[in-house]
Design a protein around this ligand. Structure first.
Ligand code: SF4
Ligand code: SF4
Length: 467
C-alpha cells in the first residue's frame, strides 16, 4: 500500500474476543445439551461409557477412541502447518484465562494495570490501593477458576450428577478433591505462572517449529521496510529511530513489544514463544496507520513478507494432504460408528456341555449359559431375547424380561432346551449353532442385536442310554 493512503484497521484483538466468547459459551454450554440422554462429549467413569456426538458407547466399544486420537493429532499438525500456533492465540483456555484475568479483571475492571497495550508494566504493589485491588482480582478469579474446574469435570461427570453430588460433598470427596486441585492449579497458573506456561511448560511450542514451512501464516515483521533491529547473533542493534537509515519505517516505538503477552520482540524473527495472538500486528497497525502506512508486522508468511517470493500458498499439497487424511478418518469414524450396537450381550457357555433328562417320558437336552446384558442407553429398559433358529430350541429360563438401569450391566443364567434330536450323532455331529435376537422389550425396532451360541447334544450312545 502506498504511503499516506490510510490502511484498513485490523483489530484482531476484537475478533479474538468474539472468538473467545464463542469458545467459552460452547465449552460451558455443551455439557448441558443432551439428546435422548446422550451428551456431545462425556467420558464417564461412573457409567463406564463414552458419549460422542450425542451417541452413547460402552467401554467395550472404545474402538472409536483411536480414530478420535488420530484425528486430534492430524488436526493439530494440519492447523500448525497452516497457521502456526494459531490455536494458542485464538482458542487455548490458558490464553483465554489470561486475557480474562489480566486484561478484563486487572486492567479494565479494577484499573490495577494501566493499559491493555502495555502488558510488560507490572502494577506498583507498594501502594495499599493496589494491594486491595490485587486481592479483589484474586477473589474474582477464584470464582471463575471454580466454574472453569467444574466445567472441566462436566466432560467426565454428567452435570446432572455433579449438581446432585454437590448436596452431599462428604460422600464424593475424591471428585471434589480433584476439582479443588484443578482450581488451585488454575489459580497458580493464571496468577503466578502466567505466559511461562506457554513458553516453558506446554509441549506444543516444542513441536511447532518442525511443522512450519515458508507458507505458514504467523506474525512477521517486515524487515525490508522496517529495518534490521537485530544482528545475525540475535543481539539488538537498534534502540532508537535515529539508529535506522532514513528509508527504514520502524519508529522504534516498541508498541509491538510492550503489547506482547509472552514478552518477546517480533522484530527478532520467528520465536517459539510467539502464540500468534496478533496483538503486535494491531499495535503496529495503530502506529503506522497514523503515518499513513500499513503495519510493519503482518499476519503473513515468510514467503510473502520475508522472502518476497509471491503470494502465500494456502491450499498447498501438504494442507490438502492433511485435509484428505482428516476427511478419510471422519468417513471411517462414521462407518464404524454406524455399526454401533444399541445394547451389548456377551454369552458364556457353562463348562458342562449339556444336561439330559426324562420329562413325561420325553428326553429333554438342555444347555446352560451366562448372558451378560449391558444397557448402553441413557434410560432404563427391559431386555429379553428370542430364538430365531433352529426351530425346536426353546427358552427354559429366564421366563421374564430383565430390567436394567441406564449404563448398567446384568448377568443372568439362561437355559435353552429341546426335545428333538437336531443333530446327527451317528455322523458325530454333536453341536448346532443357535441364532438369537436380544432386544429391549419397549424399543424392539431400534434396540435389537443378533448373537450366535453353540448348543451341544449328547452322542447317540449317551442319548439312547437315558431312560
Ligand atoms: S509476537 Fe505478536 S503474535 Fe507473537 S505472542 Fe507476541 S504479540 Fe502475540
Ligand atoms: S510497533 Fe511497528 S513501528 Fe513500533 S517498534 Fe514495532 S514494528 Fe516498529
Amino acid at each position: 500500500m502506498a504511503k499516506n493512503a490510510l490502511p484498513e484497521k485490523t483489530e484482531y484483538r476484537i475478533k479474538r474476543y468474539w472468538f473467545y466468547a464463542f469458545v467459552t459459551l460452547f465449552a460451558v454450554g455443551i455439557p448441558f445439551v443432551t439428546i435422548d440422554g446422550a451428551h456431545f462429549f462425556l467420558f464417564s467413569f461412573e457409567s463406564k461409557s463414552l458419549h460422542l456426538f450425542f451417541n452413547t458407547f460402552s467401554m467395550q466399544e472404545l474402538y472409536l477412541m483411536p480414530f478420535l486420537l488420530i484425528m486430534l493429532f492430524v488436526g493439530i499438525f494440519g492447523i500448525t502447518v497452516f497457521g502456526g500456533r494459531i490455536f494458542c492465540g485464538w482458542a487455548c483456555p490458558q490464553t483465554i484465562f489470561r486475557v480474562i484475568y489480566r486484561d478484563l479483571i486487572e486492567t479494565k475492571l479494577l484499573g490495577l494495570r494501566k493499559r491493555i497495550k502495555n502488558k510488560q508494566q507490572e502494577p506498583d504493589m507498594s501502594k495499599m490501593g493496589n494491594k486491595i485491588k490485587k486481592v479483589v482480582a484474586i477473589l474474582l478469579w477464584a470464582v471463575l477458576a471454580y466454574i472453569a474446574s467444574a466445567d472441566f469435570l462436566w466432560f467426565f461427570v454428567a452435570p446432572e450428577n455433579y449438581f446432585a453430588y454437590l448436596s452431599n460433598i462428604s460422600e464424593h470427596t475424591v471428585l471434589f478433591g480433584f476439582q479443588a486441585s484443578i482450581m488451585l492449579f488454575l489459580m497458580y497458573d493464571v496468577i503466578k505462572l502466567k505466559e511461562d506456561f506457554c513458553v516453558y511448560v506446554c509441549p506444543y511450542s516444542r513441536i511447532q517449529s518442525v511443522l512450519y514451512d515458508d507458507d505458514t501464516i504467523m506474525a512477521i515483521y517486515d524487515e525490508t521496510r522496517g529495518g534490521k533491529i537485530y544482528n545475525e547473533h540475535k543481539e539488538q542493534i537498534v534502540f532508537k529511530q535515529k539508529d535506522l537509515s532514513e528509508q527504514n519505517e520502524c519508529t522504534a516505538c516498541n508498541a509491538c513489544v510492550t503489547v506482547c503477552p509472552t514478552h518477546i520482540d517480533i522484530r527478532k524473527g520467528l520465536q517459539l514463544e510467539c502464540i500468534n495472538c496478533l496483538e503486535c500486528v494491531d499495535a503496529c497497525t495503530d502506529v503506522q496507520g497514523k503515518l499513513g502506512a500499513p503495519s510493519l508486522v503482518e499476519w503473513s508468511s515468510i514467503k510473502e513478507t520475508e522472502k518476497k517470493a509471491g503470494k502465500t500458498h494456502y491450499l498447498r499439497p501438504k494442507i490438502i494432504g492433511y485435509m484428505v487424511i482428516l476427511v478419510g478418518l471422519m468417513v471411517a469414524l462414521v462407518i464404524v460408528g454406524s455399526k454401533k450396537e444399541f445394547m451389548l450381550l456377551n454369552i458364556t457357555k457353562e463348562s458342562r456341555p449339556y444336561k439330559i433328562e426324562m420329562r413325561d417320558s420325553t428326553k429333554i437336552v438342555s444347555n446352560t449359559y451366562e448372558f451378560l446384558f449391558e444397557n448402553t442407553q441413557g434410560d432404563a429398559h427391559e431386555f429379553y431375547f428370542e430364538i430365531i433358529a433352529p426351530e425346536g430350541i426353546t427358552i427354559a429360563r429366564p421366563t421374564t424380561p430383565l430390567k436394567i438401569a441406564a449404563g448398567e450391566k446384568e448377568k443372568v443364567a439362561v437355559i435353552l432346551q429341546t426335545d428333538k434330536m437336531l443333530v446327527d450323532t451317528e455322523e458325530k455331529t454333536t453341536s448346532i449353532e443357535v441364532t438369537l435376537h436380544a432386544f429391549a422389550v419397549d424399543a424392539k425396532e431400534t434396540i435389537l442385536i443378533e448373537r450366535k451360541a453353540i448348543f451341544f447334544f449328547p452322542d447317540s450312545v449317551t442319548y439312547n442310554s437315558v431312560k
